[in-house]
Design a protein around this ligand. Structure first.
Ligand SMILES: Nc1ncnc2c1ncn2[C@@H]1O[C@H](COP(=O)(O)OP(=O)(O)OP(=O)(O)O)[C@@H](O)[C@H]1O
Length: 298
């Protein structure tokens, strides 16, 4: 149990904005005990586990095993249509589950960003229905293609502001994230002065500050150098919940996704598990070239 429990404890404590001391006080234990539980050096007894689940507001199962009906349906999309001057989405039907790692593929202009924008509520569909089983405001994190960064803040100010808005403010956590995303040297640089790749890294950092049940990433690695791209995919592997990534970066996605969707002619033309693609001895890129036949390759 130790690894999952330790991870859950750290995550849930942060989500509640509690320090180790705060939690220790609530449970009538020492801060060192909390630290040992979080480091996997000791485990609490059953009475403390029950107290913990009450204080953290989660089921015992979820606290110990990390199982929160994770594979439940989180979004059901039916008959979704959207046109601008031309039809773009022409009847999207799609079920999204809590543990999915989805690569959303398709040619330029296929409508991937449009579908993402409808899911996170930036634009409305013309018709069709979206059944949300998550709270789009609290449980959805987005990193969009457009630069939504505020150029007249410094990197650290931007992270602090977003952490405050997301209610995950902690000085140590912010420093840690800036270090992890290799933006230490740029900490006091104005965002407007960052390079394109550094801006992408900052945008990703901001999207990952708070936990989410659904993380939507629209071409996250565009403009990143190779080491940032490596870092990005590895980091993504440790993010909890469902992740939907729009990407043309085929180099690494075989390792990090469980499901691939191909958007073509306004519909989900293919919906397949990565295991199935691999069982045919294909990479996702080979599969994509086969099924997106004749279309412009990205
Ligand atoms: N706000 C808008 N007004 C008019 N047309 C739009 C708008 N947004 C998107 N479109 C059009 O809808 C189509 C789909 O665009 P979308 O950005 O969803 O494609 P995409 O699959 O994300 O493409 P890419 O891979 O190039 O990012 C395109 O033809 C685009 O020009």
């Amino acid at each position: 149990m130790t690894n999952i429990f330790s991870h859950q404890l750290i995550t849930l404590r942060r989500r509640k904005n509690l320090s180790q001391n705060d939690l220790a006080r609530k449970l009538y234990v020492s801060r060192q005990s909390i630290s040992k539980w979080e480091n996997g050096e000791a485990e609490p007894g059953i009475d403390k586990l029950i107290n913990l689940s009450e204080v953290l507001g989660v089921d015992l199962d979820f606290l110990i095993l990390g199982k929160e009906k994770l594979n439940d349906l989180i979004i059901k999309i039916s008959g979704l249509k959207k046109a601008f001057s031309q039809p773009v989405l022409q009847g999207i039907n799609l079920n999204i589950y809590g543990k999915d790692r989805i690569a959303l593929l398709g040619s330029n202009g296929a409508g991937k960003s449009t579908l993402a924008k409808i899911i996170y509520g930036e634009i409305e569909a013309d018709s069709g229905h979206i059944e949300n089983h998550i709270n789009i405001r609290n449980d959805l994190n987005v990193m969009t293609q457009n630069d939504v960064l505020m150029g007249d803040l410094t990197v650290i100010e931007h992270v602090q502001l977003t952490a405050l808005i997301d209610k995950v403010y902690s000085r140590t956590f912010i420093e840690q994230m800036i270090r992890k995303f290799r933006l230490e040297k740029q900490k006091n640089t104005y965002v407007s002065k960052l390079s394109g790749g550094q801006k992408r890294r900052l945008a990703l950092l901001l999207a990952l500050l708070r936990e989410s049940k659904l993380l939507l990433l629209d071409e996250p690695t565009v403009g990143m150098d190779l080491s940032s791209i490596d870092f990005f995919w590895r980091y993504l592997d440790h993010v909890g919940g469902c992740v939907i990534t729009i990407t043309h970066d085929f180099n690494q996605i075989d390792k990090y996704f469980s499901r691939v969707l191909l958007l073509k002619d306004g519909k989900i033309a293919q919906d397949i598990s990565v295991d199935k693609i691999h069982s045919h001895n294909q990479t996702i890129e080979q599969w994509y070239r086969q099924y997106n036949d004749g279309e412009e390759q990205a």
